[in-house]
Design a protein. Structure first.
Length: 213
């Protein structure tokens, strides 16, 4: 757009100069200077564009790394879906007790079963590694995603395990649903993960690989 405006301005200037300059030789010198200036600008523009582009070897390498990342990320997404299911089930169990839909013994039993599931998922998350085929920059971004996910699952496990202990009927001398519910809420406030925020790293990886397209 800017180039079009400059070209239009140059053409108008040429017309005006042709009409009002008394010396045609000066006019032709001016035109030659304009042509030289535009040609030089075009050459430098093409060279800059060429410098910004990547060659075929670099593109192939990026596409290869992108494939390994996509495969890894697809598997990672399944782990995230499992974490979400576990967390939703946890809230369902706790809410069920608060709303008098289940007794303490049933709540304890369900939390014990859920704890086994989240411990298995915790082991899985802590075995995650960046694909070996990624370069150092991409590998570090994936490593940051993994570290955040490990902290998240650790907080999930701590919350569920602490709630299970509080729901143990043998540890509750006199069951008071409101008091136990408040205890559940205190554990959730203190131990629950705030959230899993990996959008910055994932966006950076996608932007990096987009240069190959």
């Amino acid at each position: 757009m800017l180039e079009t405006i400059w070209l239009a301005a140059a053409l108008i200037s040429i017309v005006v100069l042709y009409k009002f300059l008394p010396n045609r030789k000066v006019f032709f010198y001016f035109c030659a200077s304009m042509v030289l200036m535009f040609c030089t600008g075009a050459i430098f523009g093409l060279q800059a564009k060429s410098d910004d582009s990547i060659d075929a070897t670099q593109r192939d390498d990026l596409l290869r790394q992108e494939k390994f990342f996509i495969d890894w990320y697809s598997s990672y997404q399944k782990d995230i879906e499992q974490l979400d299911r576990n967390w939703q089930l946890y809230h369902s169990i706790v809410d069920g007790y608060k709303e008098d839909k289940s007794d303490l013994a049933t709540t304890f039993e369900r939390l014990t079963e859920l704890e086994r599931e989240v411990l298995l998922e915790q082991i899985q998350i802590h075995t995650l590694k960046p694909p070996a085929e990624l370069n150092a920059e991409c590998s570090e971004l994936v490593a940051q995603v993994i570290r955040k996910t490990q902290l998240y699952v650790d907080a999930q496990v701590l919350t569920i395990s602490s709630t299970k202990i509080a729901a143990n009927p043998e540890a509750v001398i006199i069951e008071n649903r409101n008091a136990v519910s408040r205890r559940f809420q205190e554990i959730m406030i203190r131990e629950a993960p705030v959230g899993l925020f990996t959008a910055t790293e994932i966006s950076a990886l996608r932007d990096y690989f987009s240069t190959a397209n």
